[in-house]
Design a protein around this ligand. Structure first.
Ligand SMILES: [Zn+2]
Length: 264
């Protein structure tokens, strides 16, 4: 049974695609593994994107373009000039606007059928838990360990799959966690000291297309999980070195002492 079927199989009937939708999504529907059924699953899916920066922008745009039905966008920041080098859902006219509003406008221009909810704030753990009750999958595109730890804890608690990404300088990585299938969680990889070594794009810099690569890979993994096809890298991390374009896939180990998933 696929991950989608294990978690997302709807209780009742499916949505029925209109002729316009069949044409719009035809290049995906013609993929035998995705087909009409996979597209219907995408249209019913609800995804929370945490962070509408360099990773969240391409992830949100690709998920909307691919036909994911509902997106919840969470980010407390406003658009600044230094964001425009890589955060491609925001433009010059959006300077000073909340990032979630700017991103919602870009999504509406791309696909007006996508239902978008905006949360112009950094969600704390309790707020995350409330949102996850209505969510099928989380894309973590945030830029702080505190947020990543809270998102991971809420995903483990609610058994919601998590597609995590990060990019700095000319490197990036993507990891997928599915608590309901066992395996490691994000917290198994990093201890509390990680916050002390936090690197940010504002301090270390980042190559513009690097966040595009990683954010797009996050969207790809999300689409596979939601539509129920392919082989999502659950329990693994893909490490991309943009300088040499070498890609490594690392199997992640579960930490039996992990304070988040260790007792499960
Ligand atoms: Zn863990």
């Amino acid at each position: 049974m696929s991950i989608w079927r294990a978690r997302f199989a709807p209780a009742g009937g499916n949505v029925v695609l209109t002729d316009t939708q069949l044409l719009r999504y035809s290049r995906q529907i013609m993929l035998p593994d995705l087909d009409v059924a996979g597209q219907e699953r995408l249209l019913q899916a609800r995804v929370l994107i945490v962070g509408l920066g360099g990773l969240g922008c391409p992830a949100a745009l690709y998920l909307a373009a691919a036909g994911v039905g509902s997106l919840v966008l969470a980010d407390g920041d406003v658009v600044e000039l230094s964001n425009l080098q890589r955060q491609i859902a925001h433009g010059e006219a959006d300077l000073g606007l909340a990032k979630v509003t700017s991103a919602a406008n870009s999504i509406a221009a791309l696909n007006r059928e996508t239902v978008v909810k905006t949360l112009a704030q950094r969600l704390d753990y309790e707020e995350l838990l409330r949102e996850l009750a209505q969510i099928d999958l989380v894309v973590d595109a945030s830029d702080s360990f505190a947020t990543r730890f809270a998102v991971n804890r809420a995903c483990v608690e609610t058994a919601v799959p998590l597609v995590s990404g990060a990019a700095i300088r000319s490197e990036g990585h993507v990891a997928v966690f599915n608590p309901s299938a066992g395996g490691p969680c994000y917290r198994c990889l990093y201890n509390d000291a990680a916050g002390d070594e936090e690197l940010s794009c504002s301090q270390s810099g980042v190559l513009a297309p690097m966040v595009g690569v990683i954010g797009s890979l996050q969207a790809l993994e999300a689409v596979k999980l939601l539509a129920g096809f392919g082989e999502p890298i659950v329990g693994s991390m893909l490490v991309v070195d943009g300088w040499s374009l070498q890609v490594r896939r690392v199997k992640l180990k579960r930490d039996p002492q992990c304070p988040v998933c260790g007792s499960r």
